[in-house]
Design a protein around this ligand. Structure first.
Ligand SMILES: Nc1ncnc2c1ncn2[C@@H]1O[C@H](COP(=O)(O)OP(=O)(O)OP(=O)(O)O)[C@@H](O)[C@H]1O
Ligand SMILES: [Mg+2]
Length: 379
């Protein structure tokens, strides 16, 4: 039996076909070009819409908690994360002036500012509608975990309509700007050090004494770089505390398109292996300087598939970021590429973050050795 939808679809298709037949040669060409443009616009618009929906869902699915109790505030204060008056937030950012704007994410705008005590900070401004749970989770998770490779939450501020998260300022912005910015360039050793730092931060979270903290949104915009290019993981709004080795079933898939573990997408099991997958994608980006999803029709759509294909063909150097200009240790590059591919493999084939840190440290040693050899041979 043909349903109403099927019947109208067949009718539409028949009209379309008759129209093409009645048009002349040039008319047909114009018609096909216009149809192609319309289809591309629809696909791009749907892509953006789905991306937004995907992110929004991650936030809105949580029940709302409106504010902290006095005892919660005291605990946060003891941990060096103080409640900041809204007047100080406005003074620090010159009333959220556009000149102080440094970036925008799904949860709000980020401004640079200077607190009364002289600290340089990055202030994330969030409108409370649907975001307060992300805000509270971020405050609660970040305030008690401290590590050189995790961004420090200096304070927070909330009123009825809006809230602010106040972070230490990472002067060199995020890794994404350095990988994809035309005027910016990271050397091979800088990239490796950033990879080691981020991996150490993630290892710290996964082996946290109070339970494994799964970050769930590892990607280059969440790897910040301080004045010395030391990597600092940020955005713990999506993090989840789970018992070590235990898989937690979540009702919603969280994370960012292109970095989410396909197995987690299917079964909703939150575990540390999901972060390892996302980290593997970031490693592939550090090596190649490419986006996770390619729009180049001559290449496989996803970066991990492209890496696997080139490795199977023995064409590893073709994967290297052209910005590196061939200036890297081939041995270390090969090591990191294989490591990244194993991180994006099936869950049971993925290494732990401890193994990842060790491999990256080894790659750093190999690079240091080969640059010594290079210096000796040219001097
Ligand atoms: N502590 C910080 N120091 C310096 N820059 C920062 C800091 N925090 C955030 N930023 C900048 O602000 C931008 C926006 O950050 P935000 O975390 O809101 O969104 P995002 O991570 O880019 O995206 P999404 O919301 O999809 O996760 C970042 O890309 C980064 O460049
Ligand atoms: Mg972020």
């Amino acid at each position: 039996m043909i349903g109403t939808f099927d019947a109208s679809f067949i009718l539409l298709f028949a009209c379309f076909f008759i129209l093409i037949l009645t048009l002349g040669q040039s008319g047909r060409l114009v018609f096909v070009v216009i149809s192609a443009i319309v289809i591309i616009i629809i696909v791009v618009a749907s892509w953006h819409f789905l991306k937004r929906r995907f992110k929004e869902k991650t936030v809105k699915a949580y029940p709302q908690k409106e504010s902290f109790s006095v005892s919660e505030e005291l605990i946060l204060e003891e941990q060096g994360c103080r409640k900041i008056p809204i007047e100080e937030i406005y003074a620090a950012t010159s009333n959220l002036h556009v000149h102080n704007f440094i970036g925008q994410g799904m949860s709000g705008k980020v401004y640079k500012g200077i607190l009364q005590n002289g600290w340089h900070v990055a202030i994330k401004h969030m409108i409370k509608d649907g975001q307060s749970e992300t805000f509270l989770r971020e405050v609660a998770s970040l305030s008690h975990v401290r590590h050189p490779n995790l961004v420090i939450l200096r304070g927070y501020c909330e009123d009825q309509l809006q809230c602010f998260l106040v972070y230490e300022m990472c002067m060199n912005g995020c890794l994404s700007e350095w990988l994809f910015g035309k005027q910016k360039m990271l050397s091979w050793v800088q990239r490796l050090k950033i990879a080691v730092g981020s991996a150490r931060g993630l290892l710290f979270l996964h082996t946290h004494e109070g339970g494994c903290i799964v970050h769930r949104d590892i990607k280059p915009t969440n790897i910040l770089l301080d004045a010395n290019f030391e990597a600092k993981l940020s955005d713990f709004g999506l993090s989840k505390l789970i018992d070590l080795g235990v898989s937690h079933v979540s009702s919603e898939v969280r994370g960012t398109f292109g970095y989410v573990d396909p197995e987690y997408r299917r079964n909703h099991h939150v575990n540390a292996a999901g972060d390892v997958y996302s980290f593997g994608m970031v490693l592939l980006q550090i090596l190649s300087g490419k986006r996770v999803i390619s729009l180049d029709v001559t290449m496989p759509a996803s970066l991990d598939k492209m890496a696997k294909n080139l490795t199977n063909e023995g064409n590893i150097a073709a994967f290297a970021d052209p910005k590196l200009n061939g200036d890297f240790s081939f041995e270390a590059f090969d090591l990191v590429l294989k490591l990244a591919i194993s991180c994006t493999a099936h869950k049971w084939q993925r290494p732990s973050m401890e193994q990842v840190v060790k491999k990256l440290e080894e790659a750093l040693r190999v690079s240091a050795r080969s640059s010594e050899v290079f210096h000796i041979s040219i001097s």
